[in-house]
Design a protein around this ligand. Structure first.
Ligand SMILES: O=C(O)CCC(=O)C(=O)O
Length: 286
């Protein structure tokens, strides 16, 4: 398929709404090759370990598991669409295979902003989901709040600790602002890292698979959370020596040292500016 480019109207739509759907990016032949790769022994083993038959599994660092996924992340058919949105110098921030099981009623994702998990110095960070199955309301397609990327960082914490769920329900309770995101197989969705989104359960009885790439402008620096194996890989353009900072408050995803998800750093290990002693969890306790 020929490379696509965004029209002026699509760029305006993305800037206004915080998301965009582009269909017919990949051919059925390309999708079949990607589907086969997701069914390889190595990937199935990891999916089985995650219990993908009965619950939604996000298999991270998918680019490291088969070169087909790294090639996909670097495919100009995707990157050419992103350049007008975040500029010519683009890094990968993370990658994953996002599955929803065929089991009816499973695979809910709570409302959240991606950047609440891994804050950056600017919001030129966006996620692309490449659909290996049609996304429909029945199989739990993503839902997004129109214009929510302009709200800044919303609160995802309770009692000061990050919960992975946005706590400001008034935005998605206003149904007139909620859009169903329904790219077809071989199509993609693109959303800004601050766009508030979630997805309900899969009721279709069939699996729903998508490959997700979070990309960032080269001048967006991660302030907190995880650095994955493929974080920072240059996808196109060049590495610069400049960090761009947008004004505003950024709420850090402070981890509860008592939680089962605690990673050993209260603010994640990414840009942890303290020495060994200061990094003791007790230091942050009241
Ligand atoms: O897989 C889904 O439907 C939701 C994924 C999602 O919200 C995310 O990866 O941030």
């Amino acid at each position: 398929m020929d490379n696509l480019s965004l029209t002026v109207e699509q760029i305006e739509e993305f800037n206004e709404q915080g998301f965009l759907v582009v269909d017919d990016v990949f051919s059925m032949e390309e999708v079949e090759a990607l589907r086969r790769a997701t069914e390889s022994e190595a990937i199935m083993e990891r999916l089985n370990q995650g219990g993908h038959a009965t619950k939604a599994v996000h298999l991270l660092e998918i680019t490291t598991l088969d070169p087909i996924f790294l090639n996909l992340a670097r495919d100009p058919k995707i990157l050419d669409l992103l350049v007008p949105l975040i500029g010519p110098n683009i890094q990968l921030q993370h990658s994953k295979l996002a599955t929803k099981p065929p089991t009816k009623g499973k695979g809910t994702f709570a409302w959240h902003q991606d950047l609440a998990f891994f804050p950056h110095t600017n919001s030129s960070v966006l996620a692309v989901m490449v659909m290996l199955d049609d996304a429909t309301p029945e199989n739990g397609c993503m839902q997004m709040v129109r214009g929510s990327h302009k709200l800044g960082y919303l609160n995802h914490s309770v009692d000061g600790f990050f919960t992975a769920e946005c706590q400001e329900s008034r935005y998605w309770e206003d149904e007139s602002r909620v859009a169903q995101i329904t790219p077809k197989t071989g199509g993609i969705s693109i959303h800004n890292g601050l766009t508030l989104h979630g997805s309900p359960a899969n009721l279709s009885g069939k699996p729903r698979r998508g490959i997700v790439f979070e990309y960032r402008a080269d001048d967006a620096y991660q302030i907190s959370d995880t650095i994955w194996k493929d974080t920072g890989l240059l996808m196109c353009g060049r590495r610069g020596e400049v960090v761009r900072c947008e004004p505003g408050l950024i709420r850090l995803p402070k981890q509860d040292p008592e939680s089962e998800f605690y990673t050993g750093h209260v603010f994640g290990g990414a840009f942890n500016q303290n020495g060994e002693l200061v990094d003791e969890a007790d230091y942050y306790r009241d």
